[in-house]
Design a protein around this ligand. Sequence first.
Ligand code: PEP
Ligand code: MN
Length: 340
Amino acid sequence: MVITLKQNPPQDDVNRLHKEITDAGCRIHACIGDVYTVYGIEGDTSQLDVKTIKANKAVHDVVRIVAPYKLANRLFHPEDSVIDVDGIKVGGKEPVVVIGGPCSVESEEMVCSVAKKVKEAGGHMLRGGAYKPRTSPYAFQGMRTKGIMAMLEAKKQTNLPIVSELMSADKIEEFEDNVDLIQIGARNMQNFELLKEIGKRTTKPILLKRGLCNTIDEWIMSAEYIMANGNMNVILCERGIRTYETSTRNTLDLSVIPIVKERTHLPIIIDPSHATGDWKLVESASLAAVAAGADGLIIEVHENPDYAWSDGAQCLKPEKFHNVIEKARGIAKIVGRDIL
Ligand code: PEP
Ligand code: MN
């Protein structure tokens, strides 16, 4: 961090600035010029807040050199993190993983049947929402605990690790005991109290989706919240962001893959279903994601999309899901990866 002082700054404010910097454990290297004094701040500056420093009357300008996240930062952890989800490795040079399954668990029979199809098609994990974040309070809210139990039965029958969304801290123990990869959905990406709790109370891997309108750095800061509270097992998931475009449900931002990989050591997977909102677009979005270096895909699959209780328009039928995996396998080879 570099701080430029104003000319003839008030001494009280300079003292306050010094205290703030040294209290955070950082050191000041002053360069006193004829016109300006410039401070180079050394040490872990992640606890220093640029806006607070800028508000100090002694300060002319502040420039951050190192991003405000430390644990997620590639700079301090050059090797790729590989996250183990019940034996399946995600990230680094590991093969690309494919997660498939319905938006919502609709019954035990339904989720067990689709789980078998996901497995036959070559999928490696089963997704299924039991607690659903719906825009309307009148829409289906999920089977809740019964949905989690149905997912467990599907796991028993197929051996596929299960992925499901956690919406509130009071269900952490239920997820800790039963779910292999805990999804934090787009709407909760900045629910900081929830992020702190999952950092403290579970060591299960977390799939952190990008918020609907969040920048990459905000998203990484949310990963940092989880990590700073003790859980280092975070996988990022891009699921499209809101833009002015109305032809797709969201806009799939694939440039995040190389950017996230440059800034962090965390794996990143892509959700082409919520990104596009249209099953016809899922294949091309999936192939593009693998070409761009994604560590995995999470795709909605339903045996009868026309009758799905949520997100039917973006669900692939199992046969189509199989075709996507086979085509993605070819793309993965070209970019030096494999598909599990
Ligand atoms: C989902 O995975 O079904 C879901 C609601 O995702 P998102 O949080 O990305 O909207
Ligand atoms: Mn969905």
